[in-house]
Design a protein around this ligand. Structure first.
Ligand SMILES: [Fe+2]
Ligand SMILES: [Fe+2]
Length: 474
């Protein structure tokens, strides 16, 4: 599984032996670069960035670090090595050998799944494109750029599948992935959360903690796929994704740490005084958390979904860690609890497990988010401060599924419009909150220096010191 870096498109899929495919991808490559120049990281083209590049798909030691100008980054096609004799682990084809070609009957479903995943990758690059202007440090700027180039590579991963396995339709989808734009009313990205703005670094850290984590769960479900090229693509994407989640969790932890320092210094928990000292008060952090968590929960779709059931029984998309679960992997007779709004209360109803797969994946995701929030709360607790951050109720501020028509408070109370309006200011970021956070966003670009609203990390990247010159400006 050595990576061929000599060809125009680095790959470990022996692209050189398939000339037609190689040519098609080589035609897509300049269009991808045009897209990167147009809507990729603003003003970044001439900077030398200390980036990691995949040099192998081996779980240990796959990455190489060096200075790269981002337009010269070697985006390529890297699949995890095939597992010998891998069998389909779930659904009606359970026990049969995995597919290395697209089964005709699932062609359009599979294409839709790949396009939907692929569309999120360039979307997040577009959402984050202005952040380089206001980086809190060179360390953070480098992490932003690392996330950006890898999301670009994830687009490559999905476009490879489209080109290699879906013929002309696939090539057309590859073009369309470069044409849609995050937040564009005429040609928006497919999923709602990927059309929201990421206007400041607090939003960026929330996004990488919460929305990249949705990526992790979707990719993990696709890594179980009976269509082996998709499983192998997403498996390698997951190794890259882990860093994105680290950026988010540690980013928020450093914001909290700085806030706690200010609270202790001033001996106050008054938001106005914390803000006056240039840190972000905990209630504002909570409101950002509420917002990003709720829009990300919508990405899992409706609680009850015949599509999800069809993907599962066809063996195309599994559960999180499907192969570690001990049951029949058919879910023909089992049930799963889904929430329902009954007048003024929220209850649960046992639904056929196959139909409730979206809800199950959402619940797995929520548990993972909660573990991160618990680690943040440990920092607050250790500082001797009584406040805590919490994930809002999953019905809070939702637009898709059971809760779309309900007004639910963060603690799970079903509200009328008056009560919602009265509480909204405390629950979601206001214009004033966003303005305050925006006001803190002043670029810090001297090695080793950090903006006043965020603590430095404990260690640098790849064993380098925190004060390393992670990005060299032109
Ligand atoms: Fe990604
Ligand atoms: Fe990511």
């Amino acid at each position: 599984m050595a990576i061929d870096y000599a060809s125009k498109i680095p790959n470990n899929v022996d692209l050189a032996s398939n000339k037609a495919l190689q040519r098609a991808l080589e035609q897509w490559q300049p269009r991808y670069l045009d897209w990167w120049r147009d809507v990729g990281p603003e003003g970044s083209a001439l900077r030398d960035v200390y980036l990691r590049t995949a040099v192998s798909v081996d779980a240990k030691g796959w990455a190489h670090f060096d200075y790269v100008k981002m337009p010269d980054y070697r985006w390529g096609i890297f699949l995890a090595p095939p597992e010998a004799n891998r069998k389909i682990a779930f659904g009606t084809h359970q026990g049969q050998p995995v597919w290395n070609e697209v089964p005709g009957e699932y062609r359009s479903t599979l294409r839709r799944i790949i396009v939907t995943q692929g569309d999120t990758e360039p979307a997040s690059v577009e959402q984050q494109r202005h952040l380089g202007r206001t980086c809190p440090s060179l360390y953070d700027l480098r992490n932003l750029y690392q996330v950006n180039v890898e999301e670009g590579r994830h687009l490559w991963a999905m476009v490879y599948l489209l080109h290699a396995y879906f013929g002309r339709d696939g090539r057309e989808e590859g073009e369309a992935l470069l044409e849609r734009r995050s937040g564009d009313p005429d040609k928006p990205r497919i999923l709602g959360a990927f059309n929201e703005q990421t206007p400041d670094w607090l939003s960026f850290f929330m996004f990488t903690f919460l929305t990249d984590r949705d990526g992790k769960y979707q990719l993990a479900a696709l890594a179980e796929s009976g269509f082996d090229p998709l499983a192998r693509s997403t498996r390698f994407m997951l190794t890259e994704e882990a860093h994105h989640l680290f950026v988010g969790e540690s980013g928020i932890a450093r914001v909290i740490q700085r806030t706690l320092e200010v609270m202790k210094e001033l001996n106050t928990d008054e938001p106005a005084r914390v803000r006056g000292a240039g840190a972000i008060d905990l209630p504002t952090l909570q409101r950002y958390l509420n917002f990003h968590f709720s829009v990300t929960l919508d990405l899992y779709g409706s609680e009850v979904s015949t599509n999800a059931a069809a993907f599962y029984s066809a063996g195309l998309k599994g559960r999180f860690e499907e192969e570690k679960i001990s049951d029949d992997h058919l879910l023909a007779d089992s049930t799963y609890d889904v929430p329902v709004v009954e007048g003024a209360r929220i209850a649960t109803r046992a639904e056929k497990a196959q139909l409730a797969l979206n809800e199950r994946l959402r619940d797995d995701y929520i548990a993972d988010c909660q573990a991160g929030v618990d680690r943040w709360n440990k920092l607050i607790e250790r500082a001797g401060i009584g406040q805590r951050l919490t994930l809002p109720h999953k019905g809070f501020h939702r637009r898709i599924g059971t809760f779309a028509d309900a007004l639910v408070s963060p603690t799970g109370a079903v509200l009328d419009t008056t009560a919602w309006r009265a509480g909204e200011r405390d629950w979601l970021p206001s214009g004033d909150d966003r303005g305050f956070v925006q006001g803190l966003m002043k670029p810090v670009t001297k090695p080793g220096q950090f903006a006043g609203w965020i603590a430095p990390p404990r260690v640098g990247i790849n064993g380098q010191p925190v004060g390393f010159e992670y990005v060299r400006f032109d």
